[in-house]
Design a binder for this molecule. Structure first.
Ligand SMILES: Cc1cc2nc3c(=O)[nH]c(=O)nc-3n(C[C@H](O)[C@H](O)[C@H](O)COP(=O)(O)OP(=O)(O)OC[C@H]3O[C@@H](n4cnc5c(N)ncnc54)[C@H](O)[C@@H]3O)c2cc1C
Length: 465
C-alpha cells in the first residue's frame, strides 16, 4: 500500500507554464508507501517497469519519473523483507534460483534512496477522517493521498485439519522456506489445486526430491487457461517428470495429530502425505480497506483512474476490482500503475480500461501460453493445429475476423504477437489462412504489411479497423 502525503500544497497561479506548475506542486509533496514492495526503481532499470515489479513498485517508478525530487517516501510492509520478485518464488523453490537472486532491493537500498521502510510492520488502520494510517507497531502517519496495494490472500480450503503443521500456501518467501525445510526431512507431498501455481509448486517439489501428487477437483489441469487437448499434453509432460495426479478428486479432510499425515477425499479414499500445499486460488486482500469503510465487493472498487470511492485513496494490483474484474497476473498491474501514477502526480489524462493478460507456466522445458477467450464462446470459430511429432498444439479462437483467444503448447514463440493482435482488434481476414503458422508466415505474403513500432508488433494494414 502506498500512502501519499502532500505538504503545504499551494494553489497554482494562473500564469504559470505547465512545467513550472508541475515543479511548483511537486516541490511540496511527500509520499509514504505501505507494503512489502519497493516504491521506487533504480534509474538503471530504464523507462519500462522491469518484469519483476509489483503494482506499487511500478507506481513508484512512474512517480519518480514524473516528479523525481517531489516526494519523501515511507514504506510499510507486512513482510520482513525488502522488495523481492514474487514471480520467481517458483524457480527458487525448484532450486533454479537463490534467494539473493530474487531480492530486488535489500534494506540498505531504501536508506540509500531516502525511503523509510517499516518492514514487518503492516498497516492496521486507516483513519479516513483525519487522514492517518496506523501500523501494527503503533506508527501513525498522516497522508494526503493513500495508495493501497495489499495484493491477495491465498484461499485455504475450509476442511478439518487445515491448521495442522505441514499445511502451507504458496504466496511468499516464508511459504517457500517451510516447503524447503519439509523437503529436507520428509518425502511425500500433496499439492491441492492443479492450476498454474499448484503445478509450479509440484514440479519444484519433485525437483527437490519429493514424491508429489497433485489433487485437482476437475478432470483437466489449468481449466481456466487451457482447453482439454492442451491440458492433456501438459499432464503427460508433467507425468514424465515424475508428478502424479489424482483428479477429479475433492478434498474432504486433512488428517494428522501433531502434524499432517494424510488427506481424505469425499469418496472416503485416503492418501498419506507429510506436506500439503494449498494452491486453490487467491482472494483480493481487502481487509484493511474494508475496515476503513472503503467500498469493496470482491476487491476494492476503483474507477478508471484507480481511485476508490474516497478521492484521496487509490488502489492498484490484486486487491482491486475494476469494471467487475479482479486480477491475478503482473501485466495488468503495470498498466494500472502507469495510469495511477500519472493521476497521483496530477498530470493524469489516461484511463485504465482493463487488460488482456496472458498466462505462461514457469516449468523449465514446458512451453505453454494462453490468452483471451481460449475456450471459444458462442459464435466463435477455432483454428487448430496439432503436430504430434513435435508435441506442438495451437488453438486460435476467431470471431468476426478478429482473434479472440489463443492456447499454444510446445511452440509459444508467437504468443505475444497473438496477444497484440487481440488487444489491437486487428482484422485477420487477409492472413487468416497463415495465422496458425505465426507472425513470419502470416505477414510474409501480406502486401504492405507494416511494423507498428509503438507496439513492437507487425500488424496488417487492416489493423484496428
Ligand atoms: C509463486 C507465484 C508465482 C507467480 N508467477 C506469476 C507469473 O509467472 N506471471 C504473472 O504475471 N504473475 C505471477 N504471479 C502473480 C503475481 O506475483 C501477482 O500478480 C503480483 O505479485 C501481485 O502484485 P500486488 O502488488 O498486487 O500484490 P503482492 O505482490 O501480493 O504484494 C502485496 C504486498 O502487500 C503486503 N501487505 C498486505 N497487507 C498489508 C498491510 N496491511 N500493510 C502492509 N503491507 C501489506 C503483502 O504482505 C505483500 O507483500 C505469481 C504469484 C506467485 C505467488
Amino acid at each position: 500500500m502506498i500512502l501519499v502525503e502532500r505538504r503545504g500544497h499551494h494553489p497554482l497561479p494562473f500564469d504559470v507554464t505547465h512545467e513550472a506548475a508541475r515543479q511548483r506542486i511537486y516541490s511540496t509533496r511527500r509520499i509514504v508507501v505501505i507494503d512489502g514492495e519497493d516504491p521506487v526503481v533504480d534509474p538503471k532499470h530504464g523507462d519500462l517497469p522491469p518484469v519483476h515489479q509489483c503494482a506499487d513498485a511500478c507506481i513508484g517508478q512512474y512517480l519518480l519519473q514524473l516528479a523525481p525530487e517531489a516526494y519523501d517516501i515511507t514504506v510499510f510492509g507486512a513482510e520482513p523483507h525488502g522488495n523481492y520478485n514474487r514471480v520467481l518464488l517458483s524457480p527458487l523453490l525448484a532450486g533454479e534460483k537463490q534467494v539473493d537472486e530474487i531480492v530486488i532491493h535489500p534494506h540498505r537500498w531504501y536508506a540509500q534512496h531516502g525511503v523509510t521502510l517499516h518492514a514487518g510492520d503492516p498497516a492496521v488502520a486507516i483513519d479516513r477522517r483525519r487522514r492517518i494510517v496506523r501500523s501494527a507497531n503503533g506508527v501513525e502517519l498522516p497522508y494526503d493521498r493513500l495508495l493501497i496495494a495489499t495484493g491477495s490472500k491465498p484461499i485455504v480450503l475450509p476442511v478439518p485439519g487445515k491448521e495442522l503443521p505441514g499445511v502451507v500456501t504458496f504466496r511468499d518467501l516464508a511459504d517457500v522456506d517451510t516447503m524447503l525445510e519439509t523437503a529436507r526431512s520428509y518425502r511425500k507431498a500433496v499439492v491441492i489445486g492443479g492450476g498454474l501455481l499448484g503445478l509450479e509448486a509440484a514440479n519444484a517439489l519433485v525437483r527437490r526430491g519429493m514424491d508429489v501428487t497433485v489433487v485437482h477437483i476437475f478432470d483437466t489441469l489449468m481449466e481456466r487457461q487451457l482447453d482439454p487437448a492442451a491440458a492433456a499434453l501438459l499432464k503427460t509432460s508433467l507425468e514424465n517428470r515424475g508428478l502424479q495426479f489424482r483428479m477429479p478428486a475433492k478434498t474432504a479432510a486433512i488428517l494428522g495429530e501433531q502434524r499432517v499425515s494424510g488427506v481424505r477425499f469425499d469418496d472416503g479414499a485416503e492418501l498419506e502425505t507429510d506436506l500439503i500445499v494449498m494452491t486453490t486460488g487467491v482472494r483480493p486482500n481487502i481487509e484493511l480497506a474494508s475496515r476503513a469503510g472503503l467500498r469493496c465487493e470482491r476487491g476494492i472498487l476503483v474507477d478508471d483512474t484507480l481511485q476508490t470511492f474516497d478521492p484521496s485513496i487509490y488502489a492498484v494490483g490484486e486487491c482491486v476490482q475494476h469494471r467487475n474484474n479482479t486480477f491475478g497476473l503482473l501485466a495488468p498491474l503495470w498498466e494500472q500503475a502507469r495510469v495511477c501514477a500519472t493521476h497521483l502526480a496530477e498530470v493524469g489524462v489516461c484511463r485504465y480500461r482493463g487488460s488482456l493478460a496472458a498466462t505462461q507456466l514457469k516449468v523449465t522445458g514446458i512451453d505453454l501460453y494462453s490468452a483471451g477467450d481460449f475456450a471459444g464462446a458462442a459464435g466463435t470459430e477455432a483454428l487448430v493445429m496439432r503436430d504430434h511429432g513435435r508435441s506442438v498444439y495451437k488453438r486460435l479462437i476467431i470471431r468476426d475476423n478478429k482473434l479472440r483467444g489463443a492456447v499454444l503448447y510446445g511452440d509459444t514463440s508467437d504468443g505475444p504477437w497473438y496477444v497484440e493482435l487481440m488487444s489491437a482488434g486487428c482484422d485477420i481476414a487477409t492472413f487468416r489462412d497463415r495465422l496458425l503458422f505465426g507472425r513470419a508466415a502470416a505477414l510474409a505474403e501480406e502486401p504492405g504489411a507494416s511494423v507498428d513500432s509503438a507496439q513492437g508488433a507487425n500488424v496488417s494494414p487492416a489493423a484496428g479497423r
